[in-house]
Design a binder for this molecule. Structure first.
Ligand code: GLA
Length: 743
């Protein structure tokens, strides 16, 4: 049992062997947050833990009590305007124009397991893996009912939260703001951590001191975005990768989000996450209901790696489709950087032939196969084959690829149209855009109104037709622009604030329908690379194209940052040609593979341009990945040295039983006459003996942890690839050490 309730004091304690989360019903019947953090032995009585003090210039709850003031009480689900002037979790407008809510505790219920969120992705678990507490609250005057759902996982430091609103009154209520979770964390001066970037450098790691005021990351773009990830953390200033307290939130949602901390002047940090309130307005008619997306809360007292282990574990076991969650993914050859839009069937087949010779298992045809798409200004939305390019159709091509012993995969961008397309000519009302205003293009394309079920159905039928008439086992689902001039011809003038949320619900509906019809389809999500890398997408698509930047050195930062939250099994990573198409850098082929091994591995180049020597090296790389991919994809991933701090990057994966590990070392620039470098490998069995597959050297687990593998620079020779050297004398060097327990 993980939920303990003191009926008399109305105190709720969610706990397992790692965490405790406590709140109570206070004097005004609203909810007061008491504690969140490492597991505590709770005496079951809360009165001594309640903080109260006289606060000058404050609005108080009762005439005869100068200390009960919402502005300085830690709250569980704050509303706005009623004495707490900090950022609120909920805000509504009533028909008379007022917005004050008095959400009073009504009752609670507990249940084993957790229920599905209607129409939205969420984590799932069996009855014996978690327990759910629902708190029922009500605003008596309006009849608005609020349900707060908390699920605590038995063996993970994880609580998920979501909110359901129900209008049990007689008037319309407009939801102006509804966040999924808010927690008031006291005392410390924390650091705020978030993952931010841009196209080509997504999810870089940022850490800065939290100071009074609001620090927010967000998206108002219609997708979770390249710019910020729906993730935020507060770390104790002394917390490192392996030590110290970290509180974090991640939103299982792919649209506009807000993740922020509001630090007040009593040093309370209000950490919150949910749908972005910007231009969001949802009309709740009498008897209507609304569900927030799910927020995932992870607390770690073992630093950032501890936090990441919990997310990886949760997502691999309770979010990603179980069909794929633990299944080795096929090695991919994607033609995008090899051909871009310029291909014929013959060219594709000759690439596929070479790919099959290399050991590739899945050939993916990217953009350019449909309508009359020769340039990127045409045909999005016309999902039928371009017979000029592919005279034997997709089915003919898929058969040939299958005959070469590979599976076949296909690119779609289902949410878009070009003005040069049948869909846009026949249904201009299906395109998002504001009447009388210029509809601005991006990459020559426009966004279909997925808030309109007819549009979703139309695209579904086209995609289903292609998928049902050819042997297609994989789809790359792209999404290459943000939503501007948001307005829907489908919605009435009073409901325009619903568009962005309805849009993403429409995207989820299409995913659901396609997977229901084609349950074995492997989908990789993508949005100009990693512009929609979020847990909402992972629920449907177990892997995401991490970034259009395939340069190995850039990828160190991108994959390091991404790994904060997302498991290796979700990180699409390909070896591409040099000079790299995004940055022009020339990196060694082994380093390119050594980075991409820590992801869903593949190649993105024209293999017919490879030298014989490169062909041989790639064959060996693919063999290595196939031998080790279960460990690489599903082993426990730990970061050892950060590319944001050092010239070196290190990370590792290991099996839970400590029998095997793979450790990777990368350097950016080569340093002359440098000090000795060592790769310390934590967490193996201290007294066991391990052997490194690559050089036969043996170390005990405790030697590996405390002394480490010594990286010896080459002794002589200009380029110095002599036998004794572990390092090479070159920029962008890297090494992989595959460790197996021998004794
Ligand atoms: C986006 C994707 C790329 C590729 C192109 C095709 O940029 O991120 O991988 O599929 O679109 O147009």
């Amino acid at each position: 049992m993980s939920i303990f309730i003191n009926e008399q004091e109305k105190t709720f304690h969610l706990t397992n062997d790692k965490i405790s989360y406590i709140f109570r019903v206070m004097e005004n019947k609203q909810l007061e947050h008491i504690y969140y953090g490492s597991k505590i032995v709770f005496s079951d009585s809360v009165s001594r833990l309640v903080e109260r003090s006289f606060r000058p210039v404050s609005v108080v709850e009762f005439d005869n009590d100068l200390t009960t003031c919402l502005d300085s009480i830690k709250q569980e689900f704050p509303s706005s305007g009623g004495g707490d002037f900090r950022e609120a979790a909920i805000d509504v407008t009533f028909e008379n124009g007022s917005h004050i809510l008095e959400l009073e505790y009504n009752s609670y219920k507990t249940a084993k397991g957790k229920t599905k969120l209607p129409g939205m992705p969420a984590t799932f678990a069996n009855q014996d893996e978690c327990e759910t507490l629902t708190i029922f609250m009500k605003d008596e005057l309006s009849g608005l009912e609020v349900e707060l759902n908390y699920t605590i996982f038995n063996t993970l430091p994880v609580i998920t939260r979501s909110v359901r609103l129900h209008n049990n009154g007689n008037e319309n209520i407009t939801i102006e703001r509804l966040l999924s979770a808010s927690v008031d964390i006291p005392d410390q001066k924390y650091d705020v951590i978030h993952l931010s970037g841009l196209w080509g450098r997504e999810r870089h790691f940022y850490r800065s001191p939290a100071e009074p005021g609001v620090k927010a990351v967000y998206s108002t773009r219609g997708a979770s975005s390249h710019h910020h990830n729906p993730f935020i953390a507060l770390a104790h200033p002394e917390a490192t990768e392996n030590h110290g307290n970290v509180y974090s939130m991640n939103l299982v949602y792919s649209g506009n989000f807000l993740a922020q901390v509001d630090v007040d002047n009593y040093y309370v940090n209000r950490l919150m996450i949910g749908i972005h309130p910007n231009r969001f307005q949802w009309k709740l008619k009498p008897h209507g209901e609304f569900y927030s997306p799910e927020a995932v809360l992870v607390f770690s007292d073992k630093g950032l790696n501890g936090m990441s282990h919990a997310y990886h574990d949760l997502y691999n076991n309770h979010l990603i489709n179980p069909k794929w969650a633990h299944k080795a993914r096929p090695v991919v050859m994607n033609n995008w950087e090899g051909t871009y839009l310029d291909f014929t069937e013959d060219k594709i087949i000759s690439i596929a032939e070479t790919a099959s010779e290399l050991g590739v298992e899945l050939f993916v045809l990217d953009d350019g196969w449909f309508g009359k798409r020769d340039l990127d200004n045409s045909s999005l939305g016309d999902w039928y084959v371009n017979k000029e390019k592919l005279p034997n159709g997709i089915d003919g091509l898929a058969k040939k690829v299958n005959d070469l012993g590979m599976e076949f995969g296909l690119w779609f961008e289902p949410e878009m149209s070009n003005s040069d397309s049948h869909i846009m000519k026949e249904h201009p009302e299906w395109i998002i855009g504001t009447p009388g205003r210029f509809r601005k293009p991006a990459r020559f394309q426009y966004v279909l109104d997925y808030g309109n079920p007819e549009v979703v159905e139309h695209i579904f039928e086209m995609m289903d037709d292609i998928l049902s008439n050819a042997n297609i086992s994989y789809v790359k689902w792209d999404m290459n622009r943000n939503i501007s001039e948001a307005y829907s011809a489908y919605l009435d003038s009073k409901s325009q604030g619903e568009l962005m949320h309805r849009y993403i619900l429409g995207v989820y509906t299409l995913y659901d329908k396609l997977l229901e019809r084609h349950p074995n389809l492997l989908i990789e999500s993508c949005a100009s690379g990693g512009g929609r890398f979020d847990p909402g997408m992972l629920y449907y698509a177990p892997q995401t194209w991490t970034s259009d930047d395939s340069d190995a050195i850039e990828r160190l930062k991108i994959q390091y940052g991404t790994s904060m939250v997302y498991p290796v099994s979700s990180i699409g990573a390909h070896v591409s040609a040099v000079p790299n198409h995004q940055v022009g850098r020339i990196t060694p082929l082994d380093t390119r593979a050594n980075v991409a091994f820590f992801g869903v591995f593949g190649y993105e180049l024209d293999p017919n341009k490879l030298t014989e020597e490169e062909m041989q090296e790639i064959k060996e790389q693919i063999k290595y990945y196939k031998r080790n991919r279960e460990l690489l994809l599903f082993g426990e991933f730990t970061r050892l040295a950060s590319p944001f701090e050092e010239n070196e990057t290190m990370w590792m994966v290991k099996t839970k039983d400590k029998e095997q590990a793979i450790v990777a070392w990368f350097q950016v620039l080569s340093i002359p006459n440098d000090g000795y470098r060592r790769v310390r490998v934590p967490g193996l069995d201290p007294s066991a003996l391990y052997e490194i597959e690559e050089n036969g050297l043996q170390y005990t687990g405790s030697e590996l942890e405390n002394i480490g593998i010594v990286l010896t620079p080459p002794i002589r020779g200009e380029l110095g690839f002599d036998d004794t050297a572990i390092m090479n004398k070159r920029d962008f060097d890297s090494k992989i050490f595959t460790l197996r327990k021998v004794k």
